[in-house]
Design a protein around this ligand. Structure first.
Ligand code: PBG
Length: 332
């Protein structure tokens, strides 16, 4: 018989049964924490997205059915990403505020069918912009690309108004232009939309993890990159400056994006602000889990759940994730 060690403090006692583990659990995940991003297009067919297995570009009818399936397992918040026809793309992306455009029609359809689903919309020009940037592009005398800030903000305000008029609950600017939160707040209030919330993508990094998403929407920049507006992945103090500004300008909630590789930033932001923090588990994070699981290297369900729990533990109150419906179903 090995001798008993004298260890009065044994942390394993708190892990000895599922019931005890349940009592001491610090973080929980629930379907009400999740926001389900959905791709839509102008077509009657639902088309699987090659770069994002398990995701589709939905027709409007398909969208309503998918929202219904997510609703049935407890998901109550969605965000749209439209794939816009090439012929409608222009340098200023005016299609983004067409009241009969794809997004406003999708908002109305979802609100009609599921009035209690929170409809969040992405505010940025990239799906509509013939240059594939989130803002208006100008070439300077040396041929260098410039993304025009203030001119872009004026259009984003019209886009946000268009979404609010169609019935969106929350508008979510993902463009990273300076001053857009204040300008959008003012435009919404002036139009009587003071109840519409703003979820700001305050801390959005210039990340290579967005690759599969740009493939899904054909929205990759035609030239240059997004580094003059999205943040440098090396920085975290700058994240605090961005959230402080956005909150001062009226953001109701702030987002960190991507999520998994930036858990330290989520935690830092959580500790320094008093508004809810969202995190976006982006397409590349999703695809890495999906592809490793496809070959049987990892267990998709368990890894997806653990990745989301980690994001929640870091300090996010809500998570945008392509796993929303599947995870909600399992949590059920
Ligand atoms: C664009 C936008 C992007 C994503 C959401 N909104 C791409 C980008 O900034 O290039 C990425 C989401 C993802 O990768 O899942 N405004």
């Amino acid at each position: 018989m090995p001798e008993k060690l004298n260890i009065p403090i044994r942390p394993r006692r708190n892990r000895k049964t599922p019931a005890i583990r349940g009592l001491v659990r610090e973080t929980t995940l629930s379907p009400s924490d999740l926001i389900y991003p959905l791709f839509i297009h102008e077509d009657v067919l639902d088309v699987p997205i090659e770069s994002m297995p398990g995701c589709h570009r939905w027709s409007l009818n398909g969208l309503i059915e998918e929202v219904g399936r997510a609703y049935a397992v407890g998901v109550r918040a969605i965000v749209f990403f439209p794939k816009i026809e090439e012929t409608l793309k222009t340098p200023h992306g005016e299609e983004c505020f067409n009241p009969d455009g794809l997004v406003p029609r999708a908002i109305r359809r979802v609100k009609e069918a599921y009035p209690d689903v929170a409809v969040i919309t992405d505010v940025a020009l990239d799906p509509y912009n013939s240059d594939g940037h989130d803002g208006i592009v100008e070439k300077d005398e040396n041929g260098e690309l410039k993304i025009l800030n203030d001119e872009t903000v004026a259009i984003l305000c019209q886009q946000a108004l268009c979404h609010a008029d169609a019935g969106a609950d929350v508008v979510s600017p993902s463009d990273m232009m300076d001053g857009r939160i204040g300008a959008i707040r003012e435009a919404l209030d002036a139009a009587g939309h003071e109840e519409i919330s703003i979820l700001s993508y305050a801390v959005k990094y210039a990340s290579a993890y967005y690759g599969p998403f740009r493939g899904a929407l054909d929205s990759a920049p035609k030239a240059g990159d997004k580094k003059t507006y999205q943040m440098d992945p090396a920085n975290s103090s700058e994240a605090l400056r961005e959230v402080d500004l956005d909150i001062a300008e009226g953001a109701d909630m702030v987002m960190v994006k991507p999520a998994g590789p930036y858990l330290d930033v989520i935690s830092l932001v959580r500790d320094s602000v008093d508004v809810p923090v969202a995190a976006y588990q982006v397409s590349g994070e999703y695809l890495m889990i999906k592809s490793a699981a496809k070959d049987g290297w990892i267990d998709e369900e368990k890894v997806a759940m653990e990745s989301l729990l980690g994001i929640k533990r870091a300090g996010a109150s809500m998570i945008l994730t392509y796993f929303a419906k599947d995870v909600a179903e399992r949590l059920g």
